[in-house]
Write a protein that binds this ligand. Sequence first.
Ligand code: NAD
Length: 328
Amino acid sequence: MDDTLLGPVAMVGAGSMGQGWAIVFARAGAEVRLFDAAPQVLDAARPAIAARLDALAAHGLLNEPPQQVMARITSTSDLEAALAGVQHVQENVPEQLELKLELFRRLDALAPADAVLASSTSSLPASAFADTLAGRARCLVAHPANPPFLLPVVELVPAPFTAPEVVVRTRARMARAGQVPVVLRREVDGFIYNRLQGAVLREAYWLLKEGIADVAGIDAVMTAGLGLRWSVVGPFETADLNYRGGIAEHARRMGERYREMGAARGQPDVWDDALVARATAERRALLPLDQWDERVAWRDARLMAARAAGQGVPDSYNAAGDDSAEDA
Ligand SMILES: NC(=O)c1ccc[n+]([C@@H]2O[C@H](COP(=O)([O-])OP(=O)(O)OC[C@H]3O[C@@H](n4cnc5c(N)ncnc54)[C@H](O)[C@@H]3O)[C@@H](O)[C@H]2O)c1
């Protein structure tokens, strides 16, 4: 393990994301400095983090006593003090371009020259708020899921001006901290996480509008079905494992049905032969077809473990369709 990646980090903005990231880094062994413009947020942050660490420990998700993790986290209302000697700055202020522009100017002026400046932004590309900075090569987006100490994915989105070495270093630091970094090859609106989420939500709202089911029913299809499976294998691997012969066979059998559904909704994106061939080549590099049966058994074993842990039971759904139960 490379412990040079666990030098001090600064959380600029100590609201929900700042607190979540603080847990990620402190849990991994790094010193964390919390800074926030609002004194009341700063005061509330450490007790809130302590409560979450207790909950994580109660679930067996901490390797050491919560107080030991907590001891690595300090807070300060002095931005310069928060940034002194840090290797990584994680910005977590509200999603307003003007705020990020002004803050990145200050961070670039005050942070150590070799510190990476990462933004948690859900939607703004680094090229929108770091372009004019002298130190723009050290800036990028590191978009977490909420809460980051439970959902480990982090999207690393470099701007065209971000130094490749900064991406490599940030990826290694995030992996060392126990996260699952995914590097995007270029900036795109919504990154991957919110594009996928948006596609599902668009369809969920359409199903609701059409009266096909109520919100609980639509949610249950996800929590007791697709989402449960997607927590083990993503959409490409799902397609690959659902048909003997893999993803090419899936596209051959199902492609037209999905094309029709999309076209009827004004989304005429086609999985053309070239695109399917590309997905197939990537999947076959990851899983040769002679290991397909073994992988299907692995998927099922992972799902069995998830079911044994109580996953896939939507607690809000009245599966019997008996509305009177709500009044009981
Ligand atoms: N909440 C989520 O689900 C989520 C998920 C992924 C990414 N994000 C992104 O993370 C960022 C932060 O979101 P959040 O949910 O933690 O917001 P939040 O409102 O919980 O926290 C933001 C904090 O920033 C502080 N702040 C405002 N201006 C500041 C400044 N100039 N310097 C220092 N602190 C300042 C505020 O006092 C506040 O405590 C946003 O860009 C958001 O898009 C949020």
